[in-house]
Design a protein around this ligand. Structure first.
Ligand SMILES: [Zn+2]
Length: 118
């Protein structure tokens, strides 16, 4: 269709179209991240070394599903608006299919307390 990038706004100019799409499609779903956060600490494995990832995959932000080059960059990221927004989002349980079904009036009907039969 052409024309201006639909996501282009003055305030978000620093992210290019490509970066915007990438963050949208490559990021883990909210529910996956939320599940990860619910796990107790001892279940979380130490990060494996991965040459393909920035900083050998050692500097990772769980909430945003992003890897960083070094500690300083990661700490910088922890202070960004994006990260804080994400933290806030993840304090509440993500929307699930069950919620959708309930909202649509499907699944687990609530018929009130069971009446004594006979
Ligand atoms: Zn983050």
């Amino acid at each position: 269709m052409g024309g201006k990038c639909p996501h282009r706004k003055v305030k978000t100019r620093r992210y290019s179209h490509k970066q915007f799409r990438r963050s949208k499609f490559e990021a883990k779903g909210d529910d996956a991240v939320y599940e990860q956060l619910q796990k107790p600490d001892d279940q979380i494995k130490p990060l494996p070394l991965d040459e393909d990832l920035p900083g050998m995959g050692q500097y990772y932000c769980l909430h945003c599903d992003r890897y960083f080059q070094n500690v300083a960059v990661r700490d910088d990221h922890f202070r960004t608006k994006r990260h804080r927004k994400r933290l806030k989002q993840l304090t509440i349980a993500p929307h699930t299919q069950l919620d959708a079904d309930l909202a649509a009036g499907m699944g687990m009907p609530d018929n009130g307390p069971k009446l004594m039969s006979t």
